[in-house]
Ligand binder design. Structure first.
Ligand code: NAD
Ligand code: AKB
Length: 318
């Protein structure tokens, strides 16, 4: 019987992942932890600062944790406000997780990486699994370092640690936590509330994205795959869909013809320009049969449906 610890459980991905894990393993088998309590939460929650190795180790011992999903991090845009602090938090938490897993015989660990590992030297289209990694953000630098540490713990200690380079994750259940891809969530919230949107990226900035359902399924499929099939022990490239602000605006206009987007690029434009436009995820497809299900029109339909229920429940029930 597995007992699963999720660190960073109150964030965009954690909020949704915890519910899936609770459904799969049972409410008492999933320990959600974070600096802050998730909203409207049922299940076991423990307050944890994952930079504190002793607190983390005590939690792992107390619950006899067998799997860890480590989601705590400072993302690309927020990270630039305080690069040294971002490095300390992202690296210290990742190293604490790897070390506690090694010393307390945790059988499986998931620590996500990001398309932010890529920089200007990587091919922008169909960015391959193996290529030069020269990120321009402290977030990206910390993700490259974490990938190398994961590989090190696997080779040196045999730790079963697995990872995905998530693209920008789009969800209706939770708000994103300060990244460069956040506009693609905010735009739906504005549209459903009948408001126009001001985008902090320019209209033709193409970025790799993924719908939350696909991101969660990829995570669980990766974690459930036979260990022998996991041939990449840094992090797998993962592709969902890829679009520009102009294209997502056009997809939303099919539901709200009067919806308009204005463009006011800020510092996040430079980050976006250094990232891939599309991702080659052949290794994930080959090794554990990854295939995304959501394209732009299907995702847009779901986002608008769920957010309409949230903002205008009386209209959607009528
Ligand atoms: P998020 O910012 O929404 O959530 C991160 C959570 O970590 C927050 O709830 C925060 O309170 C918590 N946290 C921060 N410092 C902590 C600490 N010291 N101890 C315990 N908890 C702490 O992030 P997210 O979008 O849910 O991302 C989860 C993971 O996935 C991160 O590693 C991120 O880099 C990665 N990722 C996310 C995306 C995306 O688009 N959401 C894309 C690529 C990679
Ligand atoms: C961000 O924009 O920082 C994240 C990511 C792609 O890692 N969404």
């Amino acid at each position: 019987m597995d007992t699963i610890l999720v660190i960073g459980a109150s964030g965009q991905i954690g909020t949704v992942l915890v519910q899936h894990l609770q459904n799969q393993y049972g409410l008492n088998r999933v320990i959600a932890s974070d600096l802050r309590m998730p909203q409207a939460f049922s299940g076991i929650f423990e307050s944890l600062d994952a930079t504190k190795a002793d607190e983390l180790a005590a939690l792992v011992r107390r619950y006899r944790v067998t799997q860890i999903y480590h989601l705590a991090a400072i993302l690309s845009a927020n990270g630039e406000a305080n690069p040294i602090r971002t490095w300390e938090i992202n690296m210290q938490t990742a190293l604490n997780v790897l070390e506690v897993a090694r010393t307390q015989n945790v059988s499986k660990v998931f620590i996500p990486s990001s398309i932010a590992v890529f920089g200007p030297s990587a091919p922008a289209f169909d960015t391959p699994q193996q290529t030069q990694l020269d990120p321009t953000t402290v977030y990206g630098i910390s993700k490259v370092a974490a990938e190398n540490w994961m590989h090190y713990y696997h080779v040196k200690y045999g730790l079963d640690v697995r990872s995905l380079r998530y693209p920008g994750v789009i969800s209706y259940q939770s708000q994103p936590g300060g990244g460069t891809t956040d506009y693609a969530v905010a735009i739906y919230h504005q549209a459903v509330q009948g408001q126009d949107f001001t985008c902090f990226l320019s209209e033709n900035t193409r970025l790799p994205m993924i719908y939350m359902d696909d991101a969660i399924r990829a995570t669980l499929e990766l974690m459930e795959a036979e260990s022998s099939r996991i041939r990449v022990r840094t992090a797998y490239n993962l592709a969902g869909l890829s679009f520009t602000p102009a294209e997502i605006t056009a997809a939303i206009q099919k539901f709200f013809p009067n919806f308009r987007t204005q463009y006011a690029p800020d510092f996040r434009q430079q980050i976006a320009d250094s990232w891939p436009k599309t991702i080659d995820d052949q290794a994930a497809r080959n090794d554990w049969e990854w295939a995304p299900a959501f394209d732009l029109s299907r995702m847009t339909e779901e986002m608008i449906h769920h957010l309409s229920e949230y903002y205008q429940p009386s209209l959607t029930q009528a």
